[in-house]
Each structure stands twice: as C-alpha cells, then as structure tokens.
Design a protein around this ligand. Structure first.
Ligand SMILES: Cc1cc2nc3c(=O)[nH]c(=O)nc-3n(C[C@H](O)[C@H](O)[C@H](O)COP(=O)(O)O)c2cc1C
Length: 215
C-alpha cells in the first residue's frame, strides 16, 4: 500500500489568539474557547477529548472520552476504574488531555494529574444517566477480552430482569476522575503555519505563568 497524502493542505485563517484576549487563569480562557466553539461552530461533540495515559507496558495510549464538567479545579470525565486507562492512572496519574476543534482551527493540550472524584459525586452523576447507560456500565468489564458480543448481550438481559422496577446502583468500579492541570496550551491555527500558541504553566507558588511559543 502507498497512499500519499502530501497534497492534503489547508490554510488556517479563521481566528487569532492575541494576548489581549487572555486571562491570568487559563481555565477562564478554556471556558471562553469552549463556549465560543460550542456556540459558533457546528461540532458534533465539543466535549469529546483525547486522554493519553502512560500504560503499565510503558507505552502512552490515547483514546477519546467525554468531558462532563470543568471548574477552576480541573476537568472531570467518567469511566471504568478497572479499565486499561484506570490501571494506567493508578500506576501513574500523569495524563494529557487534548481537544481538536477542527472547524474552529483550535487545539487545547492539557497536562495534569488525574485523581478519583468523591464517591458521592460519582453517585450523583451515575443517577443522572439514562437507565441504558447505567446498565451498560454494569455489564462491561471495560478493556477485558470477551469471547463474542452475545456475552455482553446475555449479561445485559439478565441485569435488565434483575433490576426491573428497581434503581440501579453505581458499581464501585465505575466513577469519575478529575484531571488537575499543571500546564495548558492554547493553539490557534493561522496562515502560513505561523500559528498562535499560548502556554500556561503552574509554578511552585501555584501561580500560572504565561508564555507565547513559536509555532
Ligand atoms: C466520542 C467518544 C466518547 C467516548 N466517551 C467515553 C467516556 O466518557 N468514558 C469512557 O470510559 N469511554 C469513552 N469512550 C470509549 C473510549 O474511547 C475507550 O474505548 C474506552 O474508555 C476504553 O479505553 P481503555 O481500554 O484504554 O481504558 C468514548 C469513545 C468515543 C469515540
């Protein structure tokens, strides 16, 4: 196979990221960008983000999860704590989140430390999920090998019968993580590959230091 993509080329011309737009706190910049992108561009899932972890095998691994909340403290997503990513985080909490909002020609890259959120917060979010998603979380030993699809379909049917008319409890192995950022980079595509890159890093006094990076 030989697929040459050399002439796939796009000029980024829609927006700019200048210092006058920035706040001292990058979470506020993230909030502005998120709402602008969500409101002004037709993006399927603005809250879809890639999370990279360092696995037990020493390799980084990236996959998409959904951002469900962000505050000044960090970025929250939900998953199976015993999944491959859950085991990776237990071994090494350093993770990287990234968003690529192609239509807005924007990228955000966040380095941070992941930690489990309080159980009552995971309970609250689990209760708010549709019943099908709750059962799905119960059924799936995420990242484990299964013989075939009917294994999970049978398991789903059995659980539907077991919990008919009853509330579904959150399983201990499922819940949220918060990623507390130590570095956030905002990337805005610009013409001639001279993109705007603004990086914030948390220093020892927990102040955010802001720098412009060469594209
Ligand atoms: C758009 C999209 C959203 C997803 N959202 C989540 C999510 O919020 N939580 C989750 O555990 N997996 C989510 N997944 C599935 C993950 O990408 C991944 O397959 C799963 O978490 C298992 O990853 P692991 O085996 O590396 O732990 C999503 C996938 C896509 C494409």
């Amino acid at each position: 196979m030989n697929t040459d993509l050399g002439d796939y080329r796009k000029s980024y011309e829609k927006q700019e990221l200048l210092e006058k737009y920035l706040s001292d706190n990058p979470l506020e910049v993230f909030q502005k960008w998120f709402h602008e992108v969500d409101t002004n561009f037709n993006i399927g899932e603005t809250n879809a983000m890639t999370i990279s972890t360092i696995g037990l095998d020493g390799f980084p691994k990236s996959r998409v999860v959904l951002l469900k909340k962000f505050t000044y403290e960090g970025f929250i997503f939900y998953t199976n704590y015993e999944s491959e990513k859950g085991k990776a985080i237990a071994n090494n909490p350093n993770v990287c989140l990234s968003f690529f909002w192609a239509e807005a020609e924007r990228q955000v890259i966040i380095k941070g430390k992941a930690e489990k959120i309080a159980e009552n917060l995971s309970d609250g979010y689990f209760e708010s999920r549709p019943r099908g998603s709750q059962l799905g979380a119960l059924v799936s030993n995420q990242s484990e090998i299964i013989k075939n699809r009917s294994v999970i379909e049978k398991s789903l049917k059995a659980l539907e019968e077991e919990f008919e008319g009853k509330d579904i409890p959150r399983p201990d192995f499922w819940g949220g993580y918060i990623v507390k950022p130590v570095e956030i980079e905002f990337w805005q595509g610009r013409p001639n590959r001279l993109h705007d890159r603004i990086r914030y890093q948390l220093n020892k006094n927990f102040d955010w230091i802001q720098d412009r990076l060469s594209p």
